[in-house]
Design a binder for this molecule. Sequence first.
Ligand code: PHE
Length: 339
Amino acid sequence: MKEKLEQIKKSSEELLKNAGSLKELEELKVKFLGKKGELTSILKMMGGLSPEERPKMGQLANEVRSKIEEDFQNAFKDIKEKELELKLKAEKLDVTIKGTPVAKGHLHPLSQTLENLENIFIGLGFTVVEGPEVETDHYNFEALNVPKDHPARDMQDTFYLGENLLLRTQTSAAQIRTMETLKPPIRIICPGRVYRSDDVDATHSPVFHQVEGLVVDKGITMCDLKGTLEIMVHEIYGNDTKVKFRPSFFPFTEPSVEVDVSCPECGGKGCRVCKGSGWIEILGAGMVHPRVLKGCGIDPDVYSGFAFGIGLDRLTTTRHKISDIRLLFENDDRFLKQF
Ligand code: PHE
């Protein structure tokens, strides 16, 4: 029996040395230490020994068992380390290999121009507010001094969503919402989408963008309007660009103007873009009509204000010399990449 135990010890030592994988080790463990393993079957034979031999053999068997168990533990540890090393080697990354370039996106030219405008006006002390695109007739027209039967409604072909609900035709609706909630001094711009039932062509789209501006305080004059807009034009188009204020009409401003800039394409000589005139119209503006101020609870004898509505799409196409407004909405990557 002693010999058998020694033999088991030896052969397990040998086999363990050559075991190359965790799986092999597991199998060996069952073979030696398992319920039906070699060591267990020897221990079962202990019953046949004499009472003097039994404790001696018992001790030896226990020693052999703990030795084998210890060997197994070490072998498991070694193999795990080896396997990890192999795995790490196989998964090694060469971080110096060049990757596939990822195409970087950027802001749409409309968003870029809007960001420029926001920065200019924030620099002048304005805050940016937003209004809803679905408006009531009241905010889009009535409160802006355009009653139901007013001919000025024909200037803007409207998408109605119900009797009193519509897609806003102008960001001017935001003037009223602002004046109803804020007390002067007020200095805001409100950018956003506006909608008019226009046919699509190179200069028209049923959805376009405006940036409304509103200033209300004591002693605001047309000079403030002119100065503010000139700063904006020079920042956007460059300091050499000329600005022209033309008398015009809007029901919610009095007096009203339209503002032209010298054509960025030809510098004012006259070309296809400015239709030979040398000028391009970019916005409507004026002094807020006293009736509009009054309607919002602001006393026109104490306060005055100016408002303007910039055509963001026009500003973007002209400053970048884009010939067709549709290019801004088609989202063709080959076009957008240029900006
Ligand atoms: N809302 C006008 C338009 O869409 C522009 C405008 C805004 C005019 C503010 C005067 C003051 O045509």
